[in-house]
Design a protein around this ligand. Structure first.
Ligand SMILES: [Zn+2]
Ligand SMILES: [Zn+2]
Length: 164
Protein backbone atom coordinates (compact mmCIF):
# COMPACT_ATOMS: atom_id res chain seq x y z
CA UNK A 1 0.00 0.00 0.00
CA UNK A 2 1.21 3.48 -0.76
CA UNK A 3 1.90 5.94 2.03
CA UNK A 4 -0.98 8.19 3.11
CA UNK A 5 -0.55 11.79 2.11
CA UNK A 6 -0.08 14.44 4.80
CA UNK A 7 -2.88 16.91 5.54
CA UNK A 8 -0.91 19.63 3.77
CA UNK A 9 -0.51 17.47 0.67
CA UNK A 10 -4.15 16.47 0.85
CA UNK A 11 -5.43 20.05 0.85
CA UNK A 12 -2.87 21.15 -1.74
CA UNK A 13 -4.06 18.36 -4.01
CA UNK A 14 -7.60 19.67 -3.58
CA UNK A 15 -6.38 23.19 -4.43
CA UNK A 16 -4.90 21.76 -7.61
CA UNK A 17 -8.25 20.27 -8.55
CA UNK A 18 -9.94 23.60 -7.77
CA UNK A 19 -7.43 25.29 -10.11
CA UNK A 20 -8.71 23.25 -13.03
CA UNK A 21 -11.88 25.41 -12.93
CA UNK A 22 -9.89 28.64 -13.52
CA UNK A 23 -11.02 30.65 -16.53
CA UNK A 24 -7.93 32.70 -17.39
CA UNK A 25 -5.58 30.41 -19.25
CA UNK A 26 -2.60 32.67 -18.59
CA UNK A 27 -2.43 31.03 -15.17
CA UNK A 28 -4.63 28.50 -13.41
CA UNK A 29 -4.63 28.96 -9.64
CA UNK A 30 -6.72 27.27 -6.97
CA UNK A 31 -7.07 28.14 -3.27
CA UNK A 32 -8.64 26.32 -0.33
CA UNK A 33 -9.33 27.81 3.11
CA UNK A 34 -9.02 25.28 5.90
CA UNK A 35 -9.37 25.23 9.67
CA UNK A 36 -9.28 22.18 11.94
CA UNK A 37 -8.78 19.92 8.89
CA UNK A 38 -12.09 21.16 7.50
CA UNK A 39 -12.54 23.00 4.20
CA UNK A 40 -14.22 26.37 4.75
CA UNK A 41 -14.29 27.58 1.15
CA UNK A 42 -12.51 27.32 -2.19
CA UNK A 43 -11.68 29.72 -5.01
CA UNK A 44 -10.05 29.83 -8.42
CA UNK A 45 -9.12 32.76 -10.60
CA UNK A 46 -11.95 33.81 -12.85
CA UNK A 47 -13.85 36.76 -14.27
CA UNK A 48 -16.24 38.88 -12.24
CA UNK A 49 -19.36 36.82 -11.61
CA UNK A 50 -21.71 37.05 -14.61
CA UNK A 51 -19.13 38.39 -17.05
CA UNK A 52 -17.60 36.37 -19.91
CA UNK A 53 -14.38 34.42 -19.36
CA UNK A 54 -10.97 35.35 -20.74
CA UNK A 55 -11.22 32.17 -22.82
CA UNK A 56 -14.29 33.71 -24.51
CA UNK A 57 -13.46 37.40 -24.87
CA UNK A 58 -9.70 37.56 -24.45
CA UNK A 59 -7.60 38.92 -21.61
CA UNK A 60 -7.62 42.42 -20.12
CA UNK A 61 -3.90 43.13 -20.18
CA UNK A 62 -2.22 45.70 -17.96
CA UNK A 63 1.55 45.91 -17.41
CA UNK A 64 2.02 42.42 -18.78
CA UNK A 65 -0.62 40.81 -16.53
CA UNK A 66 -4.25 39.91 -17.12
CA UNK A 67 -6.38 41.96 -14.69
CA UNK A 68 -9.77 40.62 -15.79
CA UNK A 69 -9.95 37.99 -13.08
CA UNK A 70 -10.54 37.92 -9.36
CA UNK A 71 -7.70 35.82 -8.00
CA UNK A 72 -8.15 32.42 -6.37
CA UNK A 73 -7.26 33.57 -2.84
CA UNK A 74 -9.63 36.54 -3.08
CA UNK A 75 -12.43 34.33 -4.40
CA UNK A 76 -11.96 31.86 -1.54
CA UNK A 77 -12.28 34.73 0.96
CA UNK A 78 -15.27 36.15 -0.95
CA UNK A 79 -17.01 32.77 -1.00
CA UNK A 80 -16.61 32.52 2.76
CA UNK A 81 -18.02 36.04 3.18
CA UNK A 82 -20.98 35.31 0.90
CA UNK A 83 -21.86 32.24 2.91
CA UNK A 84 -21.15 33.72 6.32
CA UNK A 85 -18.27 31.37 7.11
CA UNK A 86 -15.73 32.64 9.66
CA UNK A 87 -12.16 32.20 8.40
CA UNK A 88 -10.22 33.81 11.25
CA UNK A 89 -7.21 31.68 12.11
CA UNK A 90 -7.50 29.62 8.94
CA UNK A 91 -4.81 28.19 6.70
CA UNK A 92 -4.95 29.03 3.00
CA UNK A 93 -3.63 26.51 0.51
CA UNK A 94 -2.87 28.07 -2.84
CA UNK A 95 -1.25 26.48 -5.86
CA UNK A 96 0.77 29.66 -6.50
CA UNK A 97 2.12 32.04 -3.85
CA UNK A 98 -0.16 35.07 -3.30
CA UNK A 99 0.44 38.22 -5.31
CA UNK A 100 0.81 41.38 -3.23
CA UNK A 101 -2.90 42.44 -3.32
CA UNK A 102 -4.00 38.90 -2.40
CA UNK A 103 -1.39 38.67 0.34
CA UNK A 104 -2.90 41.78 1.94
CA UNK A 105 -6.40 40.26 1.79
CA UNK A 106 -5.17 36.99 3.25
CA UNK A 107 -3.37 38.80 6.07
CA UNK A 108 -6.36 40.94 7.00
CA UNK A 109 -8.80 38.06 6.76
CA UNK A 110 -7.03 36.55 9.78
CA UNK A 111 -5.29 33.64 8.06
CA UNK A 112 -2.36 32.52 10.17
CA UNK A 113 -0.74 30.17 7.68
CA UNK A 114 -0.17 30.21 3.92
CA UNK A 115 0.84 27.02 2.13
CA UNK A 116 1.75 27.54 -1.51
CA UNK A 117 2.81 25.34 -4.40
CA UNK A 118 4.93 27.30 -6.84
CA UNK A 119 6.43 30.73 -6.20
CA UNK A 120 4.63 33.48 -8.13
CA UNK A 121 5.84 36.99 -8.74
CA UNK A 122 6.14 38.85 -5.45
CA UNK A 123 9.00 38.24 -3.00
CA UNK A 124 7.74 40.89 -0.55
CA UNK A 125 5.36 38.31 0.94
CA UNK A 126 8.27 36.51 2.64
CA UNK A 127 9.41 39.59 4.53
CA UNK A 128 5.89 40.70 5.45
CA UNK A 129 4.66 37.26 6.48
CA UNK A 130 7.56 37.13 8.92
CA UNK A 131 6.72 40.61 10.24
CA UNK A 132 3.07 39.63 10.69
CA UNK A 133 3.76 36.26 12.26
CA UNK A 134 2.06 34.43 9.39
CA UNK A 135 3.61 31.06 8.68
CA UNK A 136 4.52 30.79 5.00
CA UNK A 137 5.20 27.29 3.75
CA UNK A 138 6.40 26.23 0.33
CA UNK A 139 5.06 22.71 -0.09
CA UNK A 140 7.44 20.33 -1.78
CA UNK A 141 5.76 18.88 -4.80
CA UNK A 142 6.19 15.13 -5.01
CA UNK A 143 8.53 14.34 -7.88
CA UNK A 144 6.80 13.34 -11.06
CA UNK A 145 8.69 12.17 -14.14
CA UNK A 146 6.97 14.78 -16.32
CA UNK A 147 7.46 17.72 -13.93
CA UNK A 148 11.00 18.54 -12.91
CA UNK A 149 11.53 20.80 -9.88
CA UNK A 150 12.73 24.20 -11.01
CA UNK A 151 14.63 25.44 -7.97
CA UNK A 152 16.15 22.39 -6.32
CA UNK A 153 18.65 23.31 -3.66
CA UNK A 154 17.32 26.83 -3.21
CA UNK A 155 17.57 28.19 0.32
CA UNK A 156 14.49 28.23 2.47
CA UNK A 157 12.19 31.05 1.28
CA UNK A 158 11.98 32.65 4.74
CA UNK A 159 15.72 33.13 4.87
CA UNK A 160 16.14 34.13 1.25
CA UNK A 161 13.46 36.50 -0.04
CA UNK A 162 13.21 36.31 -3.79
CA UNK A 163 12.31 39.13 -6.12
CA UNK A 164 9.54 38.77 -8.63
ZN1 LIG B 1 -7.14 36.54 -18.54
ZN1 LIG C 1 -3.52 37.46 -6.36
Amino acid sequence: MSERVSWDEYFMNIARVVATRATCDRKHVGAVLVRDKTILSTGYNGSIRGLPHCSEVGHMMEDGHCVATVHAEANAIIQAAKNGVAIDGATIYTTASPCWPCFKLVANSGCRRIVFGEFYRDGRIFEFAQKLGIELVELDVPARPDVQPTDTGAPHPLTAPRGG
